[in-house]
Ligand binder design. Structure first.
Ligand SMILES: *Cc1c(COP(=O)(O)O)cnc(C)c1O
Length: 379
């Protein structure tokens, strides 16, 4: 086939995709990658962090990125890796917790305490690592019920998962209290801040959720969500070097003698992009991005709240959740997509329309969305 014909096909296939600039994507935690990050990404596209001896420069960038993320999360000396996303990051953390538990408790079936609000990646992890899930209740505000958490802890408890920015509501568990419970009981605590990691540090309201809480063992933070880095960009950070080392395997034929990551050959382009974004935007730049998203979030909240039949929850991060009286949520979602081409998602618990106000969502898009919603309600 002629090259130009092939690319013509690619172009037409690409047209089937939705694009961020249209403002129609309202239910994704990803966004249009920042141009500056993309420039660095392209420069390092052929680097392989799986073979660090060959790519010493890129390896340096990754370790500096981990230091910068650690700095943001109050532990500059943390260790970790840039990985493919929140799923891989969570898997690495829970795997470490399992190895630690098994060493001390041979033969016991490890129990993982997690809330129902945990991301579905934990369902994969529970299966892969053969763990027994123990679900902690949510309180009336959809956050971990810390009293119930204390009741669930027993000698089989391997680890606790808490969420800083739930996927469905963007709510932050009371990590300060959970951290003390984990610390007192000497239990591994993993904080999943895949979404919230690039939001919470930049809010005006200070919410403790990171390594400043002494019981937190590891944190997932995804640069390809609110970090505006290209996909794939996840981050896993550990408080202790010994913990990360538990994942280490020998790599006989490579330039470096061991490897900690699940993925072997892995691009350093993500690390280069994140490094560049963190250097260029810094704390102030990211705060500015988050401020803008929160401004649009409250703008949309006020408008939706003014509609009689809409029941909307108070947002904590840049995520909105609402239901409409008299219309089934799934029917409403389908109508919004089919008749108005807005892609919103539906959360399971609570069963509601979910909107993620990412940087590509502007006030004009909100206005247009509200008009569409009002038309549906009038019809
Ligand atoms: C998005 C998300 C994940 C999964 O991240 P991927 O990058 O899609 O693998 C995990 N946890 C939370 C809280 C998330 O929001």
């Amino acid at each position: 086939m002629h090259l130009e014909d092939i690319f013509k096909i690619l172009k037409s296939v690409r047209c089937l995709d939705m694009d961020y600039d249209s403002g129609r994507i309202l239910g994704s935690m990803c966004t249009k990658p920042d141009e500056i990050g993309l420039r660095a990404y392209k420069m390092f596209i052929d680097s392989n962090l799986g073979d660090p001896g060959l790519f010493a420069g890129t390896t340096l960038l990754e370790s500096e990125v981990i230091g910068m993320l650690g700095n943001l999360l109050h532990h500059p000396d943390c260790v970790g890796h840039i990985v493919t996303g929140g799923t891989e990051a969570n898997l690495m953390a829970i795997c470490v917790a399992k190895y630690k538990f098994q060493e001390k408790n041979p033969g016991k079936i490890p129990e993982l305490i997690l809330p129902r609000s945990a991301h579905f990646s934990f369902n994969k992890i529970l299966n892969m690592l053969n763990l027994k899930p123990v679900y902690v209740n949510l309180d009336e505000n959809y956050r971990i019920d810390t009293k119930h958490l204390e009741e669930l802890i027993n000698t089989n408890t391997m680890a606790i998962v808490a969420i800083a920015g739930t996927t469905e509501l963007g709510y932050v568990d009371d990590i300060e209290v959970i951290s003390e419970i984990a610390y007192e009981n000497n239990i591994y605590l993993h904080v999943d801040a895949a979404f919230g990691g690039f939001v919470i540090p930049f809010l005006d309201k200070k919410i403790p959720f990171d390594f400043s809480c002494r019981g937190v063992s590891s944190i997932t933070i995804d640069p390809h969500k609110m970090g505006c880095a290209p996909i794939p960009s996840g981050g896993i950070l550990f408080r202790y070097h010994e913990d990360l080392k538990r994942l280490s395997v020998r790599t006989p034929y490579l330039t470096h003698d061991h490897q900690n990551t699940i993925v072997g050959t892995r691009s350093g382009a993500s690390s280069a992009a994140i490094w560049t974004l963190l250097k260029y935007y810094g704390y102030e730049g990211y705060k500015n991005k988050v401020d803008k998203c929160m401004d649009v979030t409250w703008y949309a909240y006020d408008k939706l709240n003014k509609i009689d039949k809409v029941n909307i929850r108070i947002p904590e991060l840049n995520l909105l959740s609402f239901t409409v009286e008299g219309i089934d949520t799934d029917t409403l979602q389908k109508k919004i997509l089919k008749d108005y081409n807005f892609s919103v998602s539906v959360s399971e618990y609570p069963h509601a329309i979910r909107i993620v106000v990412m940087p590509h969502v502007k006030k004009v898009h909100v206005d247009e969305f509200i008009r569409s919603l009002e038309e549906i309600l009038e019809s």
